[in-house]
Ligand binder design. Structure first.
Ligand code: DLL
Length: 439
């Protein structure tokens, strides 16, 4: 099996103090550039009484204004460009939004930086010219497909640009061409794993996959275990967002102890979502990014609304970059049920630990007689379905899951166990929550 390697040791293993100086220098350049070229940033900085000369080092980051998704919508499509439109070679957009999409413009240099970031993530799973990378992230405005594709090409791998969907064809190609690395959402990886199993194919024998880069949606450690078992692979997390660079902003190394942030290109902060105050390493809060090499559409303190924790302790892999823990939720996908904050990831943690159920679930929130209700729908596995006493087992399972969720989240839920393959599958980002209260 190919060894994990560090794609760019100079940048990934730089002494933290040296990196801080580099970040400071790049931040100063970015701030000057956006102040001169982006009216919104100039106005925001003027309003705060901050001038580009005030930004001397990374410590001064907190003086800068935040950027929100609504700023991108309000200035759609080109209002935040810091370069003439002719310099933009690519538009990418974010998935799953209603109304006007969020788009970001990338220069040739920005695409190259993004490609480098994905190459580092692929380096961490040892990808090289021996590898065959099957990309089942969607190609198009969504950054997953093209992002993974560019990185895989750059490390010399053979790329199969499958895009999302058509599971039988995905499996046929995987088998016939001998794909070794899989890139898709974790929910789709679990689905593919089951479909491979159902087709009677044996990972390691019929299927040659050895690693996967999974991201674009939150997933848990339990889900990682399931995917690794189902596909017989090493499953690595990869994080990113269109506004910053697509996949590769951060990625896991072989230690799988958080995702290394590509800090020579972005500066990450954690803030208290309510007050906007910076929080120290080791404290959970909202993740905020400032781009420091992006030309097309640089972002100052972009609020991701993703909740996680940053870690700056030494990683055994040799990289010296700060790591982000898993995204445990988004400030805007948290559901409040009878006054209690519930994140889908908390429920997923319970479900994937429970033998007898498959990692496919949906949370249905409703309001009955003025009281909120939460129903957790989860599929049973084929093995349980085939058991003689599956009904009795199912009732036991329902109770067990309900009790577990009560102890983790603190609220009583209705648990419904459905027959195998009855819940909708997603080929891209899974839709976990259906909130009927808004209808
Ligand atoms: O999802 C970029 C991407 C593609 C990342 C493929 C990884 C793999 P957007 O469509 O702009 O970009 O969505 C960004 O997706 O703010 C998070 O809420 C979520 N997200 C992305 N990666 C992860 C991850 C792509 N590894 C939004 N874990 C982000 C949890 C993730 N959430």
């Amino acid at each position: 099996m190919a060894k994990s390697r560090i794609y760019n040791p100079e940048m990934e293993c730089m002494h933290p103090e040296q990196r801080k100086a580099l970040q400071g220098e790049r931040l100063r350049q970015t701030v000057n550039r956006v102040y001169d070229n982006v009216p919104l940033y100039r106005e925001r900085m003027d309003e705060k009484g901050v001038s580009p000369e005030d930004i001397k080092s990374v410590e001064d980051l907190k003086l800068l204004p935040f950027t929100e998704k609504t700023d991108l919508r309000d200035t759609f499509p080109f209002g935040l460009l810091a370069v003439p439109k002719e310099k933009i070679v690519r538009i990418q957009g974010s998935s799953g939004t209603t109304g006007k999409p969020i788009v970001s413009g990338y220069t040739e240099h920005d695409v190259a930086v993004w490609t480098e970031m994905v190459s580092r993530a692929l380096g961490a799973v040892g990808a090289d010219e021996q590898d065959i990378v099957q990309v089942c992230y969607g190609y198009g405005l969504f950054t997953g497909g093209l992002g993974a594709h560019q990185g895989a090409t750059n490390v010399g791998a053979m790329v199969i640009p499958m895009s999302s969907g058509n599971t039988q064809r995905q499996i046929m190609m995987m088998q016939e061409l001998g794909s070794t690395i899989l890139c898709c959402t974790p929910s789709y990886a679990a689905y593919l794993g089951e479909a491979i199993h159902d087709a009677g194919l044996i990972p390691g024998k019929d299927i040659k996959l050895r690693a996967g880069l999974f991201g674009a949606e939150p997933w848990t450690e339990g889900m990682r275990k399931r995917i690794e078992e189902l596909l017989g692979i090493q499953a690595h997390d990869i994080y990113g967002l269109t506004e910053i660079a697509g996949p590769g902003v951060a990625f896991e190394c072989e230690e799988k102890n958080g995702s290394h942030i590509n800090e020579d290109h972005v500066i990450a902060e954690i803030i208290d979502p309510a007050t906007g105050e910076q929080l120290p390493y080791g404290t959970a809060g909202e993740l905020v990014f400032t781009t420091i090499t992006k030309e097309g559409m640089p972002m100052l303190r972009y609020r991701t609304h993703d909740i996680c924790t940053l870690y700056n302790d030494v990683c055994k892999c040799g990289r010296t970059t700060v790591r982000m823990g898993r995204i445990t939720g988004r400030t805007d996908d948290m559901i409040i049920v009878r006054g209690v904050n519930v994140f889908p990831s908390q429920i997923e943690t319970v479900l994937v630990k429970t033998p007898g159920v498959a990692p496919h679930y949906q949370l249905i929130v409703d309001r009955v007689n003025n009281a909120d209700t939460l129903e957790v729908k989860v599929e049973m596995t084929g093995e349980l379905f085939e058991q003689n006493d599956s009904l009795g087992e199912m009732q036991k399972l329902q109770k067990q899951i309900r009790d577990q969720i009560k102890s983790v989240v603190g609220i009583l839920t209705k648990v419904t166990i459905t027959a195998p393959k009855t819940l909708p599958r997603s080929e891209g980002k899974a839709k976990r929550v259906i909130d009927n209260r808004k209808l």
